[in-house]
Design a protein around this ligand. Structure first.
Ligand code: IVH
Length: 702
């Protein structure tokens, strides 16, 4: 009995660790969190009944160590090195050349090639005098932006985990590291007597965002970035706190390795083989690692990783190149605290600090007053940034950002640069808090009143389309790809057209001529012609696009499509009551009221009338496949229907996926007959084609 219970316990432990592996190492979980929790609960209950069965490698023993008052210093058996930095192509070409030269002098060059007969084996063989690089084999890896740690395993069991510290001495964070489920407590398979695994602890971006949401909800200060969150979480004196933080460990190297006799060993001859070996013990090992030959391939790796960087689940701040052959590494040796056989090739920083010189207020399409940071120019994320978003007033207050502060600015990928946080230690005496209403008691663009409705984070100008700023934004929105898709109508041109008083509303766009447009700066006749063609082509938009283009608050693309499909025409939408509008699936009272309010405004109705006069004719949206009750059916209309005009009926049949034909045949699915129908009705009856009245048609249309 106890035998089988003990077997179950061992089975549960193995199963739980296998799920940890699947989740954290292979990134392919196979059970739900709830199922995982059930396995843990079962294991816990067995262990409660048999405390003598508890061993330190049980998954139940990851959390539970008592808080400490400080971290104990740990001397590293093998020093933890840092890396030299490279910032450009020249640095990498020089690195590669230096290595190839040293290895050639020591007679090792041939040995470091995967294939010694490779024609690239000669140094300086490139057409440009050797600048394409050597044929040395390197392992290229991500440079993880986290914290270096060293994990010491003795007899296959996690014995100690330490921070890097100054490289010679770090701090004991074993209790905290045990809480990371990507760190095996016991190594899989045959482990050497001593194995130190080195790598990086980090927090994935999505985990970081979730953690920060929870921090904010609890009224606690959010972390500045994933790296800080990881550092703060690792440095907790209470491991139970660390256990709640979603940290991960990625291995990229090793320290001491000893066999049972206490002799230093190195079971493989290359870095690549060593990493594969570490992976077999159950670690997540340097994802993305790639074997490269010579500088040219390293640079290609750098460019490829740089392009994919924003899509990785975690932050990296560069890539690392390491000579693959371990004998070659030994020959190359070290300078000061960094190896000569490896180098970090950094990406342009995504975060920098600079001074917040002032805060401007911009007015958006819906009148939102948006604070924008004016910064001392700073090079970040590969471009010089002078403005960055501060989101809204509450964010500024929450982050305690003041004018005059030194701030952290972030620009990741193509994302708009943002001010992340102030550097409080560098706050000057006169730093000024920002008060939106003091700066903008009225709209800074049009002077209309501003209001901030209860419970909303946004203060708005009430000027509507009277406000030129809102007018410009509205036009820009209307021309955008998902709206009327008018290519060539950029924000600069809109600005000029509005400022010149030439375009006041969307309808005015349709009066622009090639000749007139070509007089604007940077507009040649060719671009003017293209723009007029684009404008003309936008005269037959899908109804949903036109509705979206009008820029009604709360009406995004999806809502616009739902409303357009439901009503089928612009007049129907304009005349709909709030109750009518609320009939549309997913349209609630707020959206319904907003649409109603928009069309109740005289000037908005005037814009619609002007659009109509300018020849803009929205087309009914096609229903999605599966919602086309008449797909593949041909109908014939005859006579006068009681409420639908011939056009209206045709449009609705087309929108439902059907076809309308002028003559009845055996292929006709239905004939829809009204008053005074003549020969078509007779033919339908002769051919046995079913005949419907208007009510029947409406029922078909759903
Ligand atoms: S190797 C012998 N590989 O970068 C070289 N380091 O500037 C030892 N880092 O303290 C480091 N990703 O925290 C190496 N794939 C990687 C890395 C990496 C991140 C960090 C590590 C180290 C720092 C050196």
């Amino acid at each position: 009995m106890t035998d089988s219970l003990h077997r179950r316990l061992l089975q549960l432990r193995a199963e739980i660790e296998a799920h940890n592996q699947r989740y954290y190492v292979q990134d392919a979980p196979s059970i739900s969190d709830a199922q995982y929790d059930r396995l843990m609960a079962e294991l816990q209950s067995i262990e409660q009944g048999h405390p003598d069965w508890i061993t330190p490698d049980s998954p139940t023993q990851r959390v539970g160590a008592a808080p400490v008052s400080h971290f104990t210093p740990v001397r590293h058996a093998v020093r933890m090195l840092s890396l030299g930095n490279a910032f450009d192509e020249e640095d990498i070409l020089a690195f590669d050349e230096r290595i190839a030269t040293t290895l050639a002098e020591s007679g090792l060059l041939g040995a470091v090639h995967a294939d010694a007969a490779d024609p690239r084996d000669t140094l300086s063989a490139g057409a440009d005098g050797g600048r394409t690089g050597s044929a040395v084999a390197y392992m290229a890896e991500y440079k993880f932006d986290g914290l270096a740690v060293s994990l010491r395993y003795e007899q296959g069991m996690l014995a100690q985990a330490a921070t890097r510290g100054d490289g010679s001495e770090g701090e004991d964070i074993t209790a905290n590291i045990r809480t990371l489920r990507s760190v095996p407590l016991r190594l899989r398979g045959e482990a050497p007597a001593v194995l130190e695994v080195r790598g990086e602890v980090l927090m994935a971006r999505a985990d970081f965002a979730r953690l920060n949401e929870a921090q904010t909800a609890r009224g606690e200060k959010p972390f500045v970035n994933p790296r800080n969150a990881a550092a703060g979480s690792l440095r907790q004196l209470d491991p139970r706190v660390t256990a709640t933080r979603p940290l991960r460990f990625y291995a990229y190297g090793w320290g001491q390795i000893q066999d049972a006799a206490g002799t230093d060993v190195r079971p493989h001859a290359t870095h690549a083989a060593m990493l594969d070996w570490l992976a077999e013990f159950g670690f997540a090992v340097s994802p993305g690692r790639t074997l490269c030959r010579g500088a040219a391939e390293l640079l290609r790796f750098y460019a490829a990783v740089g392009a994919a960087r924003a899509d990785l689940p975690y932050d990296i701040d560069g890539v690392v190149y390491k000579v693959d052959d371990l004998r070659a590494q030994d020959v190359l040796g070290f300078v000061a605290r960094a190896p000569r056989f490896a180098i970090a090739h950094k990406f342009p920083a995504q975060e920098e600090t600079t001074r917040l010189v002032g805060i401007d207020v911009q007015v958006g399409r819906t009148g939102a007053l948006t604070p924008v940071a004016r910064l001392q120019p700073v090079f970040v994320g590969g471009v010089t940034v002078t403005n960055a978003t501060l989101h809204n007033e509450d964010e500024i207050r929450r982050k305690d950002i003041r004018i005059g502060d030194t701030v952290i600015v972030r620009r990741a990928g193509d994302v708009i640069p943002e001010v992340v946080a102030p550097v409080l230690d560098l706050r000057p005496a006169g730093a000024l808090p920002f008060d939106l209403l003091a700066v903008c008691p009225v709209c800074p663009v049009c002077g209309s009143a501003v209001e901030r409705p209860e419970g909303e984070a946004i203060t708005r100008c009430t000027g509507g389309l009277f406000c030129p700023a809102q007018r410009k934004q509205t036009l820009w929105h209307a021309a955008s790809r998902k709206a009327l898709d008018i290519d060539g109508l950029g924000d600069k041109l809109i600005e000029q057209l509005v400022d010149a008083g030439r375009v006041r509303t969307l309808a005015d766009l349709y009066g622009l001529t090639e000749l007139e447009l070509s007089t604007y700066p940077r507009m040649g006749l060719k671009s003017a012609q293209n723009l007029v063609r684009e404008i003309n082509e936008s005269r037959r938009p899908a109804l949903s696009r036109l509705l979206y283009a009008l820029g009604i608050r709360h009406v995004g693309e999806t809502t616009a499509r739902d409303v357009a499909r439901h009503f089928g025409s612009l007049p129907a939408i304009m005349d709909a009551t709030e109750e009518d509008l609320a009939q549309v699936p997913d349209v609630g009272p707020v959206v319904a009221a907003s649409i109603r309010r928009f069309f109740a405004e005289t000037h908005n109705r005037e814009v619609v009338a002007a659009l109509h006069a300018a020849g803009v004719e929205p087309q009914a949206d096609a229903a999605p496949v599966g919602e086309r009750p008449l797909a593949g059916k041909t109908l014939v209309l005859t006579g006068t229907l009681p409420t639908l005009t011939r056009d209206e009926a045709t449009r609705r049949i087309l929108a439902a996926g059907g076809k309308v034909s002028g003559s009845v045949s055996g292929k006709t699915a239905w004939v829809v007959a009204g008053e005074e129908s003549g020969s078509k009705l007779a033919k339908a009856q002769a051919l046995g084609v079913p005949v419907l009245d208007e009510a029947g048609l409406l029922a078909l249309l759903g």
